[in-house]
Design a protein around this ligand. Structure first.
Ligand code: ATR
Length: 293
């Protein structure tokens, strides 16, 4: 059997549909991950990308109901705007203020946010207990907010560093309401980065690929990431050689691909009720990233 025919999906009248809505969506790795998972478990499901522009979002959301779609992932730029279009929002998504997964329960749509839980799963799989960790979180966008929501409940201290201090302090305030970690916010700059990372056990980077490398260079050159540190860089396109260098220095490092797969696992479970082997989705994501398909 050729690689093409073995990868063809058998669509029938009973095939259930999941997907992703975003703008753009051409480069998403999610269809590869979910379709590989459906095949590996023999489920008659298919996952497709839907390119949905801002002005079409409400129609697209109504379409989930009218077309009987099982559920969708939501990506940029719709994660926040979609909230007011759903029938129910689960508590984490409400408090984070963003939805990345929608599930249709008969004719009602419920929104979830699995980003923070995925980050927590990813860090937990690095092997250490997180409860005594002092964490430095870089950035204060939507991803940082979801991660802070989940991390703050389990770690000892959370320090958020961001260029715009006000955004960091707003996340710290939300995290403090969770009554877990001691939460602080500081302005992102070399002095604070040096001071905070040198006494941290965990570093989570949410700064994008065009911003993080200059901070990453400082961390590597000044040997601020060392053998007992847990690191998550949520970018899944390499931010220079940071991940490799941090591993060489003995840190336990996970990247954005690991987190993307954990997030996909959680969506998959919400739609199908089934668990999927992590490696099936991860290998599919790596193949799709390498081939651009
Ligand atoms: P997402 O929601 O995907 O996490 P985002 O909201 O675009 O992403 O957030 C991007 C992060 O990168 C923010 O923390 C942003 O800092 P500000 O809150 O000050 O905007 C940060 N960022 C973007 N460009 C930056 C730059 N040139 N220098 C430092 N930080 C930058």
């Amino acid at each position: 059997m050729s690689p093409l025919s073995s990868s063809l999906l058998r669509i029938s009248g009973k095939t259930k549909v999941c997907g992703i809505i975003g703008d753009p969506v051409e480069h998403t790795l999610s269809p590869a991950m979910h379709n590989a998972a459906f095949r590996s478990l023999g489920l008659n499901f298919v996952y497709v990308p839907f390119h949905v522009r801002r002005e079409e979002l409400a129609d697209a959301i109504r379409g989930i109901k009218s077309l009987g779609i099982v559920g969708v992932n939501v990506t940029m730029p719709h994660k926040t705007r979609v909230l007011r279009l759903l029938d129910k929002i689960d508590q984490p998504a409400r408090e984070i203020g963003a939805v990345n997964t929608i599930v249709r329960h008969s004719n009602k749509l419920e929104g979830y946010n699995t980003d923070g839980e995925a980050a927590l799963d990813t860090l937990s799989h690095l092997g250490d207990s997180l409860s005594s960790c002092r964490v430095v979180l870089l950035g204060a966008g939507g991803a940082a907010r979801a991660i802070a929501y989940n991390l703050s409940k389990v770690v000892q201290q959370l320090t958020i560093l961001n260029r715009t201090r006000l955004k960091a302090s707003s996340i710290a305030a939300m995290a403090r309401m969770r009554r877990g970690a001691e939460c602080r916010s500081l302005e992102l700059g070399a002095v604070n980065l040096r001071k905070e990372v040198s006494r941290a056990d965990m570093l989570v980077n949410t700064l994008p690929v065009h911003v993080f490398p200059r901070f990453a260079r400082l961390l590597i050159q000044e040997r601020l990431v060392g053998s007992d540190m847990l690191i998550l860089d949520i970018n899944y396109h390499a931010t220079g050689d940071f991940v490799a260098k941090a591993k060489q220095a003995g840190a336990k490092v996970a990247d954005g691909l690991d987190m993307l797969v954990r997030q996909a696992e959680l969506s998959f479970r919400l739609w199908t009720g089934r668990a999927v082997p992590f490696e099936v989705m991860r290998e599919a994501a790596i193949r799709a990233r390498a081939t651009g398909r």
